[in-house]
Design a protein around this ligand. Structure first.
Ligand code: CO
Length: 135
């Protein structure tokens, strides 16, 4: 059901420091910051030949990333994102297998303009999973 690894998301306390480190020290192709108010995050994408890294920084008062950074002040891996062909079919399959989908189960539009859902980390080896529908 899951396809390619779309991105690994890393929560960072300093977005510009993370972006310049990946650009200048690791030699990666790093994009410009984008605000995602619906998700309470400011993001920077790093394009790698086979996948992406997504830096996440809190945006606004009740960003889910603020609590994560409070527990991990130096930053850390926040989630991994796998691609699926049909996100509603994937959700229904997961619910049938007892997995918990976060929120009300309705896909939201993610940072790439595609529908996304998040799965409870306790159901998946302690890792928050994002599913993104890719046509
Ligand atoms: Co993501």
């Amino acid at each position: 059901m899951i396809g390619r690894l779309n991105h690994v998301a890393i929560a960072v306390p300093d977005l510009e420091a993370a972006a310049s480190q990946y650009r200048d020290v690791l030699g990666a192709t790093v994009g410009s910051p984008q605000d995602e108010p619906a998700h309470g995050v400011r993001v920077v994408f790093v394009d790698l030949p086979n996948t992406k890294v997504e830096f996440l920084h809190p945006l606004g008062e009740d960003s889910p990333i603020a609590a994560f950074l409070a527990r991990h002040p130096a930053g850390g891996i926040h989630h991994v994102c796998y691609e699926v062909g049909d996100i509603v079919a994937a959700r229904d399959h997961l619910l049938q297998h007892g997995a918990r989908v976060l929120g009300d189960g309705t896909p939201k539009i993610g940072a790439h303009g595609q529908p996304v859902l998040f799965l409870h980390p306790k159901d998946f080896t302690g890792t928050l999973i994002e599913l993104e529908q890719v046509a």
